[in-house]
Design a protein around this ligand. Structure first.
Ligand code: 5GP
Length: 192
C-alpha cells in the first residue's frame, strides 16, 4: 500500500532490536484518514471471503480494526492484555509473549463477544514473530470459530512470523512488507 509505505519512509524511526517506531500515525498518535484507508484496503484484500467479525488486540490494532469492520459492516472486538475488574463474565484467554515489551501477557476476550460458528478476520498493527497473531488465532479456534484470515499493517518479512502463519495454514495479507531495517533505513520487499 503506497500511502502507508510513504508514511513509514517519512516518519518511521528505526530503533535497536529491529523495531520500527511509527508513533506519529499508528502506535500513539493515530491518523484517522490513513486508518480509514488501511481499513478499506483490508476489506478489499479479504473481499472474497466471508467475514462475520474482526478481532484485534489492544491498543494499536483498535483503530485499523474498527475501520476494517466499518467497511465490512461487521462488529469488531479487541482482546485485552491486562485483567480488568470489568471482565467478570466467562472469557477465553491465551498467553502471548510481547516482542516490544519483552513480557508474557494473557490476552483475553469475553466469550459473549467471540461466539462459536463465525468466520473471524484477525487484524494487527505489526507482525514480527507471529506471537500476537497466532495467540489471537488460538482464541478464535477455542471459541469454536474459524480464522478467515490475518491482516497486518506492517510485517517485518525478515522475521519468522510470516512463515509461521503460512505454516499454520492461515491466509496472510500485509499492507507493507519490510525487507530490512538496517543502518536506520527501512527497505521494503520488492513487489513482483
Ligand atoms: P509478534 O507478536 O508478531 O512477535 O509481534 C507483533 C506485536 O509486537 C505487535 O502487536 C506489535 O505491538 C509489536 N511489534 C513487533 N514489532 C514491532 C515493531 O517493529 N514496531 C512496533 N511499533 N511494534 C512492534
Amino acid at each position: 500500500m503506497d500511502l502507508l509505505e510513504q508514511r513509514i519512509l517519512e516518519e518511521g524511526i528505526v530503533l535497536p532490536g529491529n523495531v520500527l517506531k511509527v508513533d506519529s500515525f499508528l502506535n500513539h498518535q493515530i491518523d484517522p484518514q490513513l486508518s480509514m484507508a488501511m481499513g478499506e484496503e483490508f476489506a478489499d484484500l479479504f473481499g472474497d471471503v466471508e467475514i462475520d467479525r474482526v478481532l484485534t488486540v489492544e491498543a494499536s490494532g483498535i483503530a485499523i480494526g474498527v475501520t476494517t469492520a466499518l467497511k465490512l459492516g461487521v462488529p469488531m472486538v479487541f482482546a485485552r492484555k491486562k485483567a480488568s475488574v470489568l471482565m467478570t463474565e466467562p472469557a477465553y484467554t491465551e498467553q502471548v509473549y510481547s516482542y516490544t515489551k519483552k513480557e508474557t501477557s494473557n490476552i483475553t476476550v469475553l466469550k459473549k463477544f467471540l461466539p462459536a460458528g463465525e468466520k473471524v478476520l484477525i487484524i494487527d498493527d505489526f507482525l514480527a514473530n507471529g506471537e500476537a497473531a497466532l495467540g489471537l488465532a488460538r482464541l478464535v479456534e477455542k471459541a469454536g470459530s474459524q480464522v478467515a484470515g490475518i491482516g497486518i499493517a506492517i510485517e517485518k518479512a525478515f522475521q519468522n512470523g510470516h512463515q509461521k502463519i503460512l505454516d499454520a495454514g492461515y491466509r496472510l495479507e500485509a499492507l507493507a512488507s519490510v525487507a530490512a531495517l538496517e543502518n536506520g533505513k527501512v527497505e521494503f520487499v520488492e513487489e513482483d
